[in-house]
Design a protein around this ligand. Sequence first.
Ligand code: ACO
Ligand code: ZN
Length: 166
Amino acid sequence: MQVILRQLGDCVVRRAELGDLIPVMEINLKTLPEHYSDYFYESLLAELPEAFLVAEIGGKIVGYIMCKTEYGFSNFKKLGFVKKGHVVSIAVLHEYRGKGIGKVLVEEAINGVKSKKCDELYLEVRCSNNEAVKLYEKLGFVIKQRLKTYYRDGEDAYLMALEFTY
Ligand code: ACO
Ligand code: ZN
């Protein structure tokens, strides 16, 4: 059964289903240099369907976000061991950007990881990726670290994180 979370004009944001994974992988291939195996997409969908979401317009998948949960040291509390959500990847097809779709995908993924009682949500983003950094800052994420040569091409990443209050 489809789980629709938000409607933004003619765009529906809903939980991904198995049949969405091919278009999601196609968007990933077109928009980002970091790619993953089919198995990895399937396992993220199986493990955290609450935060594996797609944006659909007239039956076409135009964006996605996928996340996982982890246990580890807090990005906020000294010596704290917490449950963390991790945004593995988000993208919106170029021609559909700037319409608020990315923002709704992150907002709904935040709700999804909160429903799993996570304490924080974090991600890595290229330091040069101004659009994405702005989007995350707008939603309350803060830059916590600069990860030197994080990417295969040598670029640094910002580790950005958001602490939840319940
Ligand atoms: N310039 C400046 N700020 C921008 C821009 C831009 N071109 N685009 C988005 N933003 C910021 C703004 O703050 C904007 O809010 P505003 O419109 O109220 O000013 C906010 O982001 C939300 O914009 P949306 O329209 O919701 O974002 P969009 O749907 O365009 O998606 C995304 C943003 C996902 C980053 C898109 O640009 C994209 O797919 N980029 C390529 C893939 C990518 O870089 N993904 C992130 C990698 S990091 C990771 O996956 C963890
Ligand atoms: Zn990551």
